[in-house]
Write a protein that binds this ligand. Structure first.
Ligand SMILES: Cc1cc2nc3c(=O)[nH]c(=O)nc-3n(C[C@H](O)[C@H](O)[C@H](O)COP(=O)(O)OP(=O)(O)OC[C@H]3O[C@@H](n4cnc5c(N)ncnc54)[C@H](O)[C@@H]3O)c2cc1C
Length: 329
């Protein structure tokens, strides 16, 4: 079955519309190429994510429940963030302390997901959503990408930007790149989002020794919708995440909420809304150490797990893939 109306081979297919996939696509489009991104999600940005909530009484809330902010070490990604700031889609976030490792903390405006949407719109990227790839196989000089609905798209080149442990599902567990991916486990992170009818005692706190390693007042960020409530995002540390990963979202919420209340000096009665999100593949603490994998002609693989657990690393990894493709012509 021909997939998504693509009856001819697509020059470059990118799997994943996280910051890595967007990086490659925008560089390729700027060079006159016509890549197509496919993502299994309803939105774009991957782990750079924003959740919007409407309570039964009409109260509207939003939470950056994935990446909290972006920082730039290198000039390339600094220029990307600078362009987003100029366009009004990113601003600095001052937490009142050094939570950004001495670098400016840049957030999307009005939401973290604005970073991804801004990049996609500026470059006019072609993105197919709700498209979960299930296998990627070579067929002569072409690549066949099969999707969950059974449709197939052919491509001359394919760039995979899924988390490393998920490569086996696409390439087969015996593929060399899948074996490499399996050797780079990614650590989970459990995230609590909550809204309270109480003032905030602080803006952000980081302490890996605590079960809640990161706590941030989300509505201290510019332009956040919170309808007069204080909104919070809390992330568990690694040992808590591993211990409770397989619990249900409700169970995780029930465990994390009292911890948050204790840190903020709140009672359960102050909490208006709470929910938990499980990031199974949140961060690669021991990255590959190379910008990308190129196991065979036409197949490229990258993402944050190549260079480090940061948005910039995801960007740089797959920018290097785009540069390699353009250099080969
Ligand atoms: C809780 C949390 C907090 C973080 N905080 C920060 C922070 O403050 N600062 C920072 O710099 N970094 C932070 N990070 C890390 C940062 O979010 C990541 O490094 C970066 O977003 C990774 O981008 P990526 O494109 O490589 O991967 P992803 O964002 O994971 O993108 C992969 C994309 O591939 C799609 N996909 C996966 N499988 C398939 C498939 N089979 N078919 C189609 N599509 C598929 C997914 O839907 C997703 O959109 C945080 C991460 C988490 C989880």
């Amino acid at each position: 079955m021909i997939g998504f109306g693509f009856s001819r081979p697509v020059p470059i297919v990118i799997i994943g519309a996280g910051m890595a996939g967007l990086s490659a696509a925008s560089a390729l489009v700027q060079a006159g190429q016509t890549p197509v991104i496919f993502d299994k999600g309803r939105g774009i940005g991957g782990r750079v994510a924003t959740r919007r909530v409407m309570l039964p009484d009409g109260t509207q809330l939003q939470f950056d429940h994935g990446a909290q902010f972006a920082t730039a070490k290198g000039a390339g990604f600094a220029a990307v963030l600078g362009a987003l700031q100029t366009a009004g889609l990113a601003v600095e976030w001052n937490t009142g302390g050094d939570t950004g490792g001495g670098r400016s903390q840049i957030i999307g405006a009005p939401a973290m997901s604005s970073l991804a949407r801004g990049i996609a719109q500026a470059a006019g990227l072609q993105i197919v959503q709700n498209a979960a790839a299930t296998s990627v196989r070579q067929d002569g000089a072409r690549w066949c990408i099969t999707f969950a609905d059974g449709s197939v798209v052919q491509a001359k080149r394919v760039i995979l930007t899924v988390p490393a442990p998920q490569l086996a599902a696409l390439l087969g567990p015996d593929h060399d790149a899948a074996r490499t991916g399996a050797s780079l486990p990614m650590q989970p992170c459990l995230t609590l989002i909550a809204a309270a009818r109480a003032p905030a005692p602080f803006t952000a706190a980081r302490d890996n020794a605590q079960d809640l390693a990161w706590i941030a007042q989300d509505n201290s960020k510019s332009s956040r919708v919170s309808d007069g409530l204080t909104t919070w995002v809390a992330q568990s540390n690694l040992s808590f995440s591993l211990q409770h990963l397989e619990k249900s979202s409700d169970q995780i919420c029930a465990l994390m909420l009292p911890l948050l209340c204790a840190r903020l000096g709140l009672t359960a009665g102050d909490i208006v809304f709470s929910a938990a999100h499980r990031w199974r593949y949140a961060r690669a603490d021991v990255p590959l150490g190379e910008p990308f994998l190129h196991p065979s002609a036409g197949l490229y693989i990258g993402g944050d797990w190549c260079l480090g657990p940061r948005i910039e690393a995801a960007w740089d990894s797959v920018a290097a893939i785009a540069a390699d493709i353009l250099a080969r012509g």
